[in-house]
Each structure stands twice: as C-alpha cells, then as structure tokens.
Design a protein around this ligand. Structure first.
Ligand code: FAD
Length: 478
C-alpha cells in the first residue's frame, strides 16, 4: 500500500488535537500535514489572546485535552513554575488564563512531535489554504503562494469566523475606520481615546472579553453593550455544583417539554438546596443526543426563541470576571441595552451617532460613540462568511451549508456533504463548523471527543480494516 497523506486545514484546538490523535491511531507511514496561516500552532482565536485577564470559562479540572486522561491539563499545570503561571494556584476549580491553555496545547504538540514513535510523521506547514479540489483520486490543496499540495484526504478545522454586522439600510458605515468587525484582532483597541464612549454590539462572552480588555487598559469612557435581548452570561458557582435531586430518568426531546422540564427541575433543585447550574450541567453529556433526536421544527424554534437564553446559562463566566463586569455596571461605566440597531451616521467631529430601537418600545434612541466594535459572537451562517477558502468550496459545490445555518452540512461521522448531497470520502470537518449536526461543538470537552473519534475514522480509511480495528478504540456514541 502506498503512503497516505492526510491534511488538516487549521491548527487551532480542533486541528491540533486531531493531529495528535492521528499520530497515535494511524500507521506510522501515514503522513499528516497540519496547515496554519497564523503564527502559532495550537492556539486559534480562543487561546492566542495575550491578555492574562482572559480566563477560561471552564475550570481547570474539565479542560484536559484527552477524554481518557481527565487530569492531564491539571497535571501539566502542576509541572509549571509559579512564574510561568503568573502566581496562579493550579487547583481543579481554578479558571486559568486562556493563554496558558494555549501553551499547554502547543506543548502537547511539541512533545508528541519529538517522540521517537512519531518522528517525522507530522509536518507543520505555515500557509493559507485558498482552494481544495478533487484530483487524481485524491485532493489538491492550493496554498497562498500558489503552491499545490496533493493529499489523499483533508479535514477542515477552520474554526470560528468573525461576526457579521447587523443588517441596516445603509451599510456603508461598516467600511469606515470607526467600525471594528473582528473582535479577536490584536489591534482591536489600539489608538483608542481612553475617554471615548464605545458601543459593543452583543452582550455575550466576546463582549465580556472586550470589556475586560478595556478595563485592563484603563478605559474611562462609557461602554454600552447592545443586543436584541440584552442578556449577559450567567456566573459559575463558587462551591460544588449539585442538583440535590434524584437522578433524572428521562430527558424530553420536544422543545416545549424540554423547556418546561428545565424550568421545573431548576425550581425544585433550588428548593432542595441545589442549583440551576447543576441542572444545565446534568444535560450536558446528552445535549448532542437530544439535539439529534429533536424534530427539525423544534430545533428551528429553539434557535429563533431560546438560543440566547440557553447560551447565557450554558456558557457561564468565572467568578473573578463576573465580579469585574458587575463592578463596571455598578459604577455606571458599563450599560447593557436591549434593542436593534437601525442607522449609523458619522458626524463632522468623527463621532458616530447610532440609532437603535429599544426592545418592546416604538421610539428610536441615539447613542453618540467614538467606535463601534462587533462582539456579537462567531458567524456560523456559511451563506454570510466571506473567507476565501469557504467561498471557493461553496462555489465549487464541494461543501454546502447545513439547513439550520449553523455550519457545514456533515454526516454524523464528520464527512462533508457536497452541493448535490453526496457524502465525501475525502473531505471531512471537525470543530465548530459541525454544529449543525452536533449543536454542542464549541467547547473543549466536546471537541476533544470529536477529534479522537474522527482520528479513528480516518485511521480506518487509510489502512487495512484488520489493523484499523485493533488501533481504534475511540468509543464516541454518535
Ligand atoms: C474567544 C473564545 C474563547 C473561548 N473560551 C473557551 C473556554 O474558556 N473554554 C472552552 O471549553 N471553550 C472555549 N472556547 C471555545 C473553543 O475552545 C473554541 O471554539 C475552539 O478552540 C475551536 O477551535 P478550532 O480549532 O476549531 O477553531 P479556531 O480556534 O478558530 O482555529 C481555527 C484555525 O484555523 C486557521 N485557519 C482557518 N482557515 C484557514 C486556512 N484557509 N488556511 C490555514 N489556516 C486556516 C485559523 O487561523 C485558526 O488558527 C472559546 C472560543 C472563543 C472564540
């Protein structure tokens, strides 16, 4: 059998983890090429932040890169010097800076590459992939410099895309310097007058990050965060999280029953001395199964009406971050508004007048700000994503958006579907772009499971079945 090559496009958390698992699960003669357009491998948008106040929103005990070794991250933390951890105590309940988690992933990659077992099996390639097309029974990847890379299979691990701007009648404002479209850009808050009033579009986790960065750089001007419902993420509990109720015997899969179930169980948990946080966490291992069993019309209703509620209760913020946000609200520097943006007008002084309609009101209000920053969360509607590789793949019909506009259309074994509905045996995806099929495919605990599972699938495809059966012990239920 000739040597097989698997390319992974994107070396954020998903692509890097997949590479680690492929090295373990594929035969040693399988070549793996991990391609990343940015400087760092293993970081991606989430873990390349240089700001040590940007904390993980999951405690250290739950952030292991490996399902089978739950304490791996914590053990790694314990081997670091206090200086490296910025004086942080590596406890199971600690919310660690995201930059440290990024170092952990890079470290795993480096260690695995140095291991004699996998010597030379993985190549890191710094390049932007512009195109992927079928050729000669495999795929050819066109890189930024025009070079071509012939591979047998490829996996899209392209992750999170910056948010799209809210639709307005005249969108020319979005081309001005007063608008910032990418909340993860390193120069987001550069050249900012510390007294300038700011408008942040969105009130979720990205807004929380941006407010924290603004406070860190001693921004003194007012910060207004506006979203349709004006819901901020809820807080994690400090102590142990428990429902204080007997285990649930059955989880509903119809939306109305599920919403009623969550409301009632949360109320009963609180009455019994437990917490609603524990009720949400209890659902966690089953979320994908509930999503897949839920009728399509219910999934659509969930996305239309309940998603912001779910997101703010499910993706919670740590105590120290919540305290800073609460303090900024208390002093009046941070104001949360619910409403919809209608117009922008840049005034002769360079300020921006933003009109919006407050939720449940008929009149318009105007805010005068120095800069508008879009923090409304990653764009998942592939009809709106302008990324050149995504556009090429869609235009060629190699992939198609999923029917709920949450990502790309994909099978439960992570194979991409083309425009005509054909299932590719060459092109796969991992991470947030698979949300349409799995819903919960955002956080580390879900992605690590998916990466391991997909590695097993690919290992089975690139080598004889008998060998693959021995090698793959991934046990993900999908
Ligand atoms: C700001 C933020 C904070 C988060 N915090 C947490 C947290 O605390 N806990 C938690 O569990 N989860 C968190 N998450 C969620 C989760 O961990 C991330 O979504 C996850 O890291 C996704 O990884 P990814 O590799 O799929 O995507 P990304 O991190 O987006 O990485 C994709 C990579 O692909 C590269 N790429 C894209 N296109 C190309 C191309 N054409 N050619 C070459 N390279 C390309 C990009 O440069 C990027 O490095 C957070 C997410 C974000 C955005």
């Amino acid at each position: 059998m000739t040597q097989q090559t698997i390319a992974i496009v994107g070396a954020g958390f998903s692509g890097t983890l997949l590479a680690l698992h492929l090295m373990r699960q594929c035969s040693p003669d399988t070549r793996i090429v991990l391609i990343e357009r940015n400087e760092h491998f293993g970081r991606g948008a989430a873990y390349s932040t240089g700001n040590s106040s940007h904390l993980l929103n999951v405690p250290a005990a739950k952030m292991s890169a490996f399902q089978a070794r739950p304490s791996d991250f914590l053990d790694w933390l314990k081997t670091r010097s206090s200086e490296e951890l910025g004086g942080l105590q590596p406890l199971a309940t600690t919310f660690v800076p995201r930059a440290i988690f990024g170092r952990y992933i890079s470290d795993l990659l480096e260690t695995e590459m140095k291991s004699t077992l996998h010597c030379g099996q993985l190549e890191l390639l710094r390049a932007s992939v512009r195109d992927i097309a079928p050729r000669g029974g495999g795929l050819v990847l066109t890189l930024g410099d025009g070079e071509a890379l012939q591979v047998d299979r490829a996996v899209l691990a392209v992750g999170n895309f910056p948010p799209s701007p809210p639709p307005v009648a005249d969108s020319s404002f979005y081309d001005t310097d007063s608008y910032r479209s990418d909340p993860w850009a390193p120069d987001l808050l550069a050249n900012l007058d510390p007294q300038a009033p700011l408008l942040l579009i969105g009130t979720g986790l990205t807004t929380v990050d941006t407010v924290v960065s603004l406070l860190d750089q001693e921004h003194r001007g007012p910060i207004i965060a506006l979203s349709r419902r004006g819901l901020l993420p809820q807080n994690h509990l400090l102590g142990p999280v428990k429902t204080a109720l007997p285990e649930t015997e059955e989880f509903p899969t119809r939306l109305t029953s599920l919403a009623r179930f969550l409301r009632d169980r949360s109320r009963r948990a609180r009455e019994a001395g437990g917490s609603w946080q524990a009720v949400i966490d209890e659902l966690r291992p089953l979320t994908t199964e509930i999503w897949q069993a839920m009728p399509r019309e219910d999934r659509l209703r969930f996305l239309r009406h309940l998603r912001p509620w779910w997101d703010t209760h499910r993706h919670r913020i740590s105590g120290p971050v919540a305290a800073r946000i609460a303090e900024a609200q208390r002093t009046g520097q941070l104001r949360i508004q619910a409403g919809r943006i209608r117009t922008y007008a840049v005034t002769p002084t360079g300020d921006v007048d933003v009109t919006y309609r407050p939720r449940f009101k008929d009149h318009l209000e105007t805010l005068s700000v120095g800069r508008v920053i879009n923090c409304s969360g990653p764009e998942s509607d592939f009809g709106r994503i302008r990324d050149p590789l995504v556009r090429r793949l869609l235009d060629q019909g190699m992939v198609r958006p999923d029917s709920l506009s949450l990502g790309l259309d994909i099978t439960r074994t992570c194979a991409l579907l083309g425009r005509d509905g054909g299932i590719s045996r060459r092109l796969f995806a991992v991470g947030p772009v698979t949300k349409g099929a799995f819903w919960e495919m955002t956080a580390v605990p879900d992605i690590r499971q998916q990466a391991e599972y997909l590695a097993g699938q690919l290992a089975a495809l690139v080598k004889p079945a008998a060998v693959a059966a021995q090698a793959s012990d991934a046990t993900w239920s999908i």
